[in-house]
Design a protein around this ligand. Structure first.
Ligand code: PLP
Length: 369
């Protein structure tokens, strides 16, 4: 009989990076960071073992991990991650958006991937600890942020197939510029008819690296067909819309109704998705979360019943869609600008993120105090 480790909040130690980037070089990066290219001076690392639970919570200089080639994540892909952003408000305070939702989802993913639960309080504290030393890396400016990437990996040197008994949780951070550098531009979507991202009982609702690995080939197919993103259907009937490779999808109907696939067990519980639904309801917009067929989308665009389509996720916030393409068909207008609702809900959400509008739902958490 094993005892569950006693969970008191973790205490972190901090080892300062003595080779942190000089301020002038950091500022040069922050002026045009792109996405996912540069990393801050520090990272968070916490160890877990079946015997001891979570231990050794620390902030340390950013750098390579020393791993045994037999480390289980390298062989069986037992890995999960999160994605969130830190925003610099006009008064220079630093905030993140609904971190308890990401912490809860991390544990949902952990459950599915047979990884240990990390208390949400420790999860949020890990972000605070990183920002305490890397706060200067949070850019200021429109649509600028510091992207946080918490992740958990199996890290036991063992080739047997079972859940690892040693795990590492890490947080790295990367400054991010506006996703649409030259203004928000609608994208075209490729309908994958050959591949699925998730099947019933699979890992579709978990944010795990494996889902992304399997989406890369269909994503290449999308690019080869002149599209920026790929849309996946349900694996059983291939009739129902699930989501894009890394974004949830929404439709606006002619009568103003907002439509999105329900959380069917195969799609990611997007925090952006949930927030858009709430903001739409606040506006008095009718929101339908239900199964949506690909035929409903195609016919709706053709008949004018669907007037706007967009995708959403933390990285790009909201991405307008103006074309749906697949083998032998294309609907929509490649010249069509982003829809009115799409852009106004995008502005409302990004204004809340950046502290330009009241946070009436208490979605923001301050990280630097
Ligand atoms: C992360 C992710 C999303 C978006 O989730 P947010 O919480 O809004 O960032 C949507 N779909 C998939 C597959 C994802 O991995």
């Amino acid at each position: 009989m094993t005892h569950a480790p006693i969970t008191t909040p973790l205490t972190f130690t901090t080892e300062r990076n003595t080779h942190s980037l000089p301020a002038a070089e950091r500022e040069a990066i922050l002026a045009d960071p792109g996405f996912g290219k540069y990393f801050t001076d520090h990272m968070v690392s916490i160890d877990w073992s079946r015997q001891e639970g979570w231990t050794n919570a620390r902030v340390l200089p950013y750098g390579p991990l020393l791993m045994d080639p037999a480390s289980s994540v390298l062989h069986y892909g037992q890995e999960i991650f999160e994605g969130m952003k830190v925003y610099r408000h006009p008064d220079d305070s630093l905030w993140t958006f609904r971190p308890e939702a990401n912490g809860t989802r991390l544990n949902l993913s952990a459950q599915r991937l047979a990884l240990p639960q990390l208390p949400v309080g420790d999860f949020i504290e890990s972000l605070r600890q990183l920002i305490a030393v890397d706060g200067p890396w949070v850019p200021s400016g429109h649509d600028m942020s510091l992207y946080l990437r918490p992740f958990m990996i199996a890290n036991e040197s063992f080739l047997g197939v079972r859940a690892a008994e040693k795990v590492s949780y890490l947080v790295i951070a990367s400054p991010a510029g506006p996703y649409f550098a030259s203004g928000v531009k609608p994208v075209s979507i490729w309908l994958s008819t050959e591949y699925s991202r998730a099947g019933r009982g699979g890992t579709g609702a978990a944010k795990c690296g494996g889902n992304y690995a399997s989406s890369l080939l269909p994503q290449q197919e999308a690019a080869a067909n002149g599209c920026q993103q790929v849309l996946f259907l349900d694996a059983v009937t291939r009739e129902y819309i699930d989501e894009l490779g890394g974004m949830n999808v929404f439709f606006v109907k002619k009568d103003g109704t907002l439509l999105t696939p329900n959380l069917n067990g195969n799609i990611l519980h997007g925090v952006t998705r949930a927030s858009i639904i709430q903001l739409a309801k606040d506006r008095g917009v009718a929101v339908e979360e239900r199964p949506i067929t690909i035929t409903e989308w195609k016919d709706g665009v053709a008949s004018g019943d669907i007037v706007e389509t967009f995708a959403c996720g933390t990285a790009a916030v909201i991405t307008p869609i103006n074309v749906l393409k697949g083998p032998g068909f294309e609907v929509g207008d490649p010249e069509a600008p982003a829809g009115e609702f799409t852009m106004s809900i995008r502005e409302e959400l990004t204004d809340i993120h950046h502290g330009r509008r009241p946070d009436r739902h208490g979605w923001l958490t301050r990280l630097d105090a």
